[in-house]
Design a protein around this ligand. Structure first.
Ligand SMILES: [Mn+2]
Length: 360
């Protein structure tokens, strides 16, 4: 059976040699995912960082008898916050740091690797209007299909990949790095995160093949799922309870909406990163084809996450608001800091958005 990817000349099935060369040559590297990284963004960044460190760090310099340079410096950065369910991945790794936007980024790093997003403004929305030379030169490794609005040194993007981790897996393989236990854990956590524990349509043959390889290298799906799914602080459960209470149905029960306000975060002592995955709950409802989840983003905006069942493309809706994503999972930012008002705006737009006819 041939992989569908190999039949499509538009989508490279392996990383471009230029990307690999750039990664091999960089000395001070910032690897960073989209703002408020999820398991795929963080896991992909960690795995690539560990591989680059192993290939170019002081240890390899020692082994090769090269006592000259101090090796390379690799930082896994993030902007905003990530859910505490991902703490197990970053524990004990002092090269993981919050990196807010600063005009010194270009001096601090000679290369930036964007993972799980296509442009610097997905990391730092506040820097959207700045020229590209405000950032270090960058490469992109991603699985989103939004048009690449910015130019980069090189990119490895495949919108058919289940997760960015699937792309990073191939980069690590082609770089010749070893799949050590921390790399295996980070990649497997990323694949599990972006496929809903291998329950969604993007759990492709390639994804499962990689997962099987990672398990053969000691990856423990049960252990990772424990941290990703079953290790909640009670504050998060209280926030979910409040969020579920806001669920409302529209369009004859086919559209479910949910809201998280700043007051709800304050009352429960949670941060917005803890809402990761909440959007899946309204989709459990019988008859619901689409979910819109409006939440504060902590930077004076509302983030609207959209989910849909197969056959309903929410990416087009997200794009009409300046966002993007995947056909069944997309998002956009609304400049209104009040999620209730952002929801009203979406609902009035939805009046003109054609929900496809029900089939069967
Ligand atoms: Mn992803």
């Amino acid at each position: 059976m041939t992989s569908p990817l190999t039949n499509n000349p538009e989508i490279p099935s392996s990383p471009p040699p230029r990307l690999l060369a750039i990664l091999r040559e960089a000395k001070r590297v910032l690897i960073i995912g989209h703002q408020n990284p999820d398991g795929d963004a963080l896991g992909s960044a960690l795995a690539l960082a560990l591989a680059l460190k192993a290939l170019g760090g002081p240890e390899s310099a020692k082994e090769s008898g090269n006592s000259l340079g101090p090796g390379i410096e690799v930082i896994v950065g993030y902007n905003g916050a990530f859910p505490s369910s991902l703490d197990f991945l970053t524990q004990g790794k002092d090269f993981v740091r919050r990196v807010p936007f600063g005009h010194d980024l270009r001096e601090r790093f000679d290369l930036m690797v964007l993972v799980d997003c296509l442009a610097p403004f997905r990391v730092w929305p506040e820097a959207e209007a700045l020229p590209l030379d405000s950032f270090p030169p960058f490469v992109v490794i991603d699985h989103h299909s939004d048009p690449l609005k910015t130019s980069c040194l090189s990119s490895f993007v495949n919108h058919l990949a289940s997760a960015t981790a699937e792309q990073v897996f191939k980069v690590i393989t082609d770089l010749g790095a070893e799949f050590t236990p921390p790399i295996v854990e980070a990649l497997l956590a990323a694949l599990i995160s972006d496929t809903g524990s291998f329950s969604q349509a993007n759990s492709t043959e390639e994804c499962l093949r990689q997962a099987a390889f990672l398990v053969s290298k000691g990856g423990n799906i049960e252990y990772i799922n424990h941290f990703l799914k079953r290790n909640w602080p009670v504050t998060r459960m209280r926030l979910l309870t409040q969020a579920l209470a806001t669920i409302d149905l529209h369009h004859q029960g086919r559209v479910a909406t949910m809201v998280v306000t700043q007051e709800m975060l304050n009352q429960t002592g949670s941060c917005v990163a803890e809402t990761d995955g909440f959007v899946e709950y309204p989709l459990l409802l019988n008859g619901v084809d689409m979910v819109a989840f409006c939440k504060v983003n902590g930077q004076g905006q509302t983030r609207v996450s959209l989910r849909s069942r197969p056959g309903l493309d929410v990416r087009e809706l997200a794009r009409s608001f300046g966002g993007g994503g995947h056909t069944q999972a997309a998002a956009y930012m609304d400049d209104n800091p009040n999620p209730l008002e952002a929801l009203e705006k979406l609902l009035s737009r939805l009046g003109t958005f054609n929900l496809p006819e029900k089939t069967g």
